[in-house]
Design a protein around this ligand. Structure first.
Ligand code: NDP
Ligand code: OXD
Length: 313
């Protein structure tokens, strides 16, 4: 019998309790699931981790064989010096579908000009403003072509959008123009009518969208950022919005969360704030990923979704 510590916030335990027990049983793993303080740290075999949870010092977990993050993003744990065990991140179908729906919804909103449509209450028949272009004439750029970025890019391409993606390593994805490197970034940004950022927070991606790179976008471009707040130089984005260089931004993630009430994003007429809800790991599917990794570890097989700690994601 192995011992699995559920180290997410206590309020999430009721959602995970049954799915985790079920998934472990389905995977053929005999396990006792314990909560923090219910067992000695040196008796724990696996840590189901969350950056919001109570366990951030891994030193006492001398027997733990892996730390299994319930989140996709790892920026809050990847540099943790007390973590000596392998770290896996979450790649979960529920998380992916949620992100696809959020990104597709906001891209369609910008594409169709829905904000302006919904604001019309003046009785004016604006037929002369024309119809929106077809999706195939709308250029969408996806920064990041990982588990989430690639799924969103493919969904948008499936709707007919002209999709370009950018990643660190070269990629080939059917229907997507894939770019990489500094020149690829410039090329991608220069034709991004709608820019979506699904990059992780690393030293290389910090302030990637700054005064210089925002200036490369076509005037009036829209930005959707469900990646991480650190990707954007906030002062530069606010200046670009005020100058009309950026037409609108939908931001789900911020340097400080919750976004402080006095932050200029809240009141800005061309910013939509969503409270880090673009996507969330779903207990039923995430529990299966955790259980499969524990099964693999116990069977001596390679872990899934191992984080490259030098790379930072
Ligand atoms: P992945 O690790 O699968 O993908 C990351 C992508 O970013 C990869 O394509 C990678 O390139 C690319 N990338 C990383 N660094 C660079 C760089 N320096 N230059 C160019 N490309 C780079 O992550 P996911 O797709 O699973 O998740 C992406 C992010 O989404 C998470 O890190 C998290 O921050 C955020 N997220 C937000 C949520 C929300 O609710 N708002 C929910 C879940 C995640 P390559 O493929 O070459 O390695
Ligand atoms: C994640 C997130 O990284 O919710 O999973 O942001």
């Amino acid at each position: 019998m192995i011992r699995v510590l559920f180290a997410d916030r206590a309020e999430n335990w009721p959602r995970y309790k049954a799915p985790l027990a079920h998934a472990l049983a389905q995977a053929g793993v005999r396990a006792e699931i314990v909560l923090p303080d219910a067992a000695a740290p040196d008796s724990i075999d696996y840590i189901v981790y969350s950056p919001m949870g109570p366990v951030q010092d891994f030193t006492p977990f001398t027997r733990a064989k892996a730390v299994l993050n319930l989140w996709a993003g790892v920026e809050r744990v990847v540099g943790n010096k007390t973590l000596t065990q392998p770290l896996c991140r979450m790649v979960d179908d529920g998380l992916e579908r949620g992100m696809v729906e959020y990104v597709t919804g906001h891209v369609l909103r910008y594409h169709l000009g829905l904000d302006a449509t919904l604001a019309q209450q003046d009785g004016i028949w604006r037929h002369d403003d024309g119809v929106p272009p077809l999706a195939r004439n709308r250029r969408v750029v996806m920064l990041g072509l990982g588990a989430l970025g690639a799924a969103c890019a493919q969904s948008l391409s499936g709707l007919g959008f002209d999709v370009t993606g950018w990643s660190r390593s070269p990629k080939q994805i059917t229907g997507i123009t894939c770019l990489d490197g500094a020149a690829g970034l410039r090329q991608a940004l220069s034709h991004a009518e709608i820019l979506v950022s699904l990059l992780p927070d690393t030293p290389e991606t910090s302030n990637l969208l700054n005064a210089q790179t925002l200036a490369l976008l076509p005037k009036g471009a829209a930005i959707i950022n469900p990646g991480r707040g650190t990707l954007i130089d906030d002062a530069a984005l606010l200046a670009a919005l005020d100058a009309g260089q950026i037409g609108h931004a939908t931001l789900d993630v911020f340097r400080v969360e919750p976004l402080p009430p006095a932050h200029p994003y809240w009141a800005h007429p061309r910013v939509t704030v969503t409270p880090h809800i673009a996507a969330e790991s779903r207990a039923e599917t995430a529990a299966q990923v955790v259980a499969e990794n524990i099964r693999r570890s116990e069977a001596g097989e390679a872990l899934l979704y191992l984080v490259d700690r030098a790379r930072g994601y």
